[in-house]
Design a protein around this ligand. Sequence first.
Ligand code: AMP
Length: 398
Amino acid sequence: MNVLVINCGSSSLKYQLIDSESEEVLAKGLCERIGINASAIIHEPAGGEKVKTEVDMPDHTAAVRIVIEKLTDESVGVIASLKEIGAVGHRVVHGGEKFSEATLITPEVIKEVESCNDLAPLHNPANLVGIRSCMEIMPGVPMVGVFDTAFHQTMPKKAYLYGIPYEYYEKYKIRRYGFHGTSHDYVSSRAAEILGKDRKDLKIIVCHLGNGASISAVDGGVCIDTSMGLTPLEGLIMGTRSGDIDPAIISFLADKEGITADDVVSILNKKSGVLGLSNGLSSDFRDLATASEDGNEQATTALHTYAYRVAKYIGAYTAAMGGVDIIAFTAGVGENNAAAREEIAGYLEYLGTSVDLEKNKIRGEEIILSKPEDKVTVMVVPTNEELAIARETVRLVQ
Ligand code: AMP
């Protein structure tokens, strides 16, 4: 069955058409600037060239229509007609406490996702627009929602509650939810598979280090803790997000700068992280590495602060699980950035592990970095959220 995987943002739509039997990506692409001027689709059929076409996309329904046009196009298409799409898998950011796994989309499910909009006001409404647009253009094709939060729903109360009055959890569901769940699930399963072991018998720490970054503790196949919280702002230092800070900083800074709490939160989301630490130099680790090599001290500080936070979380999650068998790196930085991995691993020798510096030079591939005799296996497992969404979609549809 061909599965169309859709990841819808407020003005963008990413897609992949995946053959679920061979797990091959038949085509992928991105619609950008939807509802804005100069909207365009970048479409790439397997084995073909990436082609950008400027095309008017006033809304997401128009974007889905263009995606279908490209997929069925005579020259750049990969299927003859819409009938060759067996199901659609949608990435949905927030499933609140309602969704602990992927689900077939029905009108009731849409209502329930809508009720989580409060918790992800930037993402969930956009995800729903994508779902509705696909339903309009592909009536009768089964749709599945795969939630970023679902994998973390197994966290025990002691891990997901904040130390604030309990009534706020009861009234507003303020708690830690966690994100990147599809990636944490996929990478922890794949890590176990690579070692020829059952995930149920392992304690795994997954470091999803991308522009957004989160870390999770997967014990016996289930998530018992993760670093992102009510929103994706908590936890690790990220590209532009602060991660953990003293919450009192918000009112302190609002007062000092004469701005609102919302303004401060926006700074914490968009101008902080390694971007902020490097004095606004860059949120991209490649730029920071180059600047650091050129002697830029702020860039060096940003990279050290980033690695230190990851190492602290690894220590915390080792304690939470009473040990660790695998530490897996994934996402843009985790898969590609040897310097970040080396620096983080430098903190982990006490666990009885090491990183082979030659192997660590390899980028974007599944590789074991530690020695066979090490107590803890350190490895790189490239994430594949689209494939994980396609697999979940097929599981539910069949
Ligand atoms: P993601 O959000 O997973 O796409 O990760 C994006 C981040 O990965 C970028 O901000 C880069 O800092 C980092 N990244 C991607 N490729 C490389 C690379 N070759 N070397 C170092 N960092 C990289």
